[in-house]
Design a protein around this ligand. Structure first.
Ligand code: ZN
Length: 222
């Protein structure tokens, strides 16, 4: 019932901050206090094996409160009405020095792919939906050069050993030539263990990518 209520509120009062519901001028806008609270770019901790493939990885905000709700509603309830909030969050993030540095020199962005059956069921790849327009505005084209070739289990329910097994042969590139010598920004909605992103980076580098850096909307690694 909570979500129906929220949807109704969003419909009736579209110009509200997603966290505190204060009036904001623009649709999809945040009030300054909540934006400051949510927008906290931070470098993600990567293990030594992961660092062999991922030059570094950043999250733009903390996976809690408003940002967590926005991502969950988008992913599990297909609430695309949340996208303007994410778009204005990304625009604000683009003004941060660390984010500018991260985006500079990137030739293209690739989203961590979903297994096709899962993407069909969801109707979209959330990472593409979150970052696509934003990265295009930053002159970083989003390419579909990576695919998930078998279904994997959710990482959070697995032990470290099982995670490695779970990701084995899970990803493949679709067009190695397009990756050759390119600096790639690998994007996802959230980062939990980093293992999925590291495995994608490994496959991209094995196919000829020059460097791979990671970017997620939110993470609770802080
Ligand atoms: Zn607010």
């Amino acid at each position: 019932m909570v979500n129906l209520w929220e949807m109704l509120l969003n419909f009736l009062f579209p110009s509200h901050c997603p966290l505190c519901h204060a009036y904001v001028e623009k649709k999809g806008g945040w009030c300054p206090a909540c934006l400051t609270q949510a927008l906290q770019p931070h470098r993600l901790p990567l293990s030594v094996p992961m660092r062999a493939f991922l030059a570094d990885a950043w999250a733009l905000g903390l996976y809690k409160d408003s940002l967590r709700d926005l991502i969950r509603h988008l992913k599990y309830q297909k609430q695309r009405s949340n996208l303007p909030y994410i778009a204005s969050f990304l625009q604000a993030a683009a003004g941060e020095a660390q984010v500018k540095e991260l985006l500079s020199g990137m030739d293209m962005a690739i989203a961590v792919p979903l297994y096709p059956a899962k993407e069909k069921q969801r109707g979209f790849n959330q990472a593409e939906l979150i970052f696509g327009d934003f990265l295009t505005s930053q002159h970083i084209p989003m390419r579909r050069l990576l695919k998930r070739i078998r279904a994997t289990r959710p990482m959070y329910e697995l032990s470290e050993q099982e995670r490695t097994e779970n990701l084995k042969n899970a990803f493949a590139v679709t067009e190695a030539k397009a990756l050759e010598g390119k600096n790639i920004l690998l994007v996802d909605d959230i980062l939990t263990t980093g293992a999925t992103m590291a495995e994608c980076a490994r496959v991209l580098k094995a196919a000829g990518a020059k460097s791979v850096r990671g970017l997620v909307l939110a993470s609770d690694h802080r």
